[in-house]
Design a protein around this ligand. Structure first.
Ligand code: ZN
Length: 94
């Protein structure tokens, strides 16, 4: 489940990696997009833990609500068309 955060510094919506780790192994912030996070690091400002925890919780709740809505929609609309198109069909064809 990907979480969308709103940067508390510049207001941009950003999508950090799922485990909040960037490719180079550095930690992503739940408060700031990566450019702002870099700028904060340069200024020696660390993200307040309580604010980060709150942002994470808010993003998770939003993602869960979205997933629930999406799941309900999918169950209703796609279930009949899925019959016969699973992995079992592919195995039989080979
Ligand atoms: Zn930013």
């Amino acid at each position: 489940m990907r979480l969308v955060f709103v940067c508390q510094e510049c207001g941009v919506h950003y999508l950090p990696p799922e485990d909040l780790r960037y490719g180079d192994g550095s930690a992503a912030s739940a408060l700031w997009c990566s450019p702002c996070q870099g700028r904060m690091a340069e200024l020696g400002i660390r993200e307040p833990a309580f604010a980060a925890a709150f942002a994470l919780r808010t993003a998770r709740a939003a993602a869960e609500a979205a997933a629930e809505t999406e799941g309900a929609r999918r169950t209703r609309a796609r279930r009949p068309s899925r019959a016969g198109s699973g992995p079992g069909t592919r195995t039989r064809l080979r």
